[in-house]
Design a protein. Structure first.
Length: 238
């Protein structure tokens, strides 16, 4: 069983879907970007497959997904948790970088929340066919990127950080787009008003946001000397 087979079976497991899809998605990113021995991959996917065989009988009917499940999706609560509890406690390699990267992540999360909530509450996705839903998602992704990068520039985030994070985010977004396209075009997710598709899409995006937070320290540490002499809120990078 490979990633896309597993992902098709994960949806509908409630909080388990978030945990398993998140771990599987992150593992898949690592596997595709830096490489993992095939033997390790097979073991990992076998473990997940075993988990699914034990849980699959408890999957609720797909038609039990309601509008309130989409509107109140956990992604919005997690964004609030990360914004107000997790990000303010993350320490980077210097005081300057701590301020800058915390501000980057806060803007990144808040713009995603704002645009996602508008998209969800608009409910236009309920009347879309597969192609229209896919086009709408691409537009949403592009709008997110434009909005948070523009806001970061306004708030004094150095261009080098925006560019470094953009490279990392683009790698993840490319993989995410493949997943989202698969959900949009899959009959497995076809339900009234596209509710299961949108719920599943939000699950994927939740994992993507968490991956960005987790990888920010590595991006920070990869910037050597290019921030020297810059200052923010009266704090200078030495």
């Amino acid at each position: 069983m490979e990633f896309f087979d597993i992902f098709d079976n994960i949806q509908g497991l409630g909080i388990g879907s978030i945990i398993v899809s998140g771990l599987t998605f992150i593992f898949w990113i690592i596997e595709k970007t830096i490489g993992i021995p095939s033997a390790v991959s097979k073991i990992f996917y076998k473990i997940v497959d075993s988990f699914l065989k034990d849980k699959i009988k408890n999957i609720p009917e797909v038609n039990t997904i309601k509008e309130t499940d989409v509107i109140n999706h956990d992604i919005f609560n997690y964004i609030d948790y990360w914004t107000y509890s997790k990000v303010p406690t993350i320490e980077f390699s210097s005081e300057y970088r701590t301020i800058v990267f915390r501000r980057y992540l806060t803007i990144f999360l808040q713009k995603h929340k704002s645009n996602l909530q508008k998209w969800v509450h608009d409910k236009s996705f309920e009347e879309m066919d597969d192609s229209q839903l896919w086009t709408s998602l691409l537009s949403l992704i592009n709008r997110n990127i434009y909005d948070y990068e523009k806001e970061m520039e306004i708030n004094g985030i150095p261009k080098i950080i925006i560019e470094k994070m953009k490279v990392k985010n683009n790698d993840t977004i490319s993989l995410t787009i493949d997943l989202l396209e698969g959900v949009c075009n899959s009959q497995f997710y076809s339900t009234e008003k596209n509710l299961l598709k949108v719920y599943s899409i939000l699950n994927i995006l939740l994992s993507v946001l968490e991956n960005t937070i987790s990888s920010s320290a590595n991006i920070c540490n990869s910037i050597n000397g290019q921030l020297k002499g810059l200052s923010i809120d009266g704090v200078m990078e030495n």
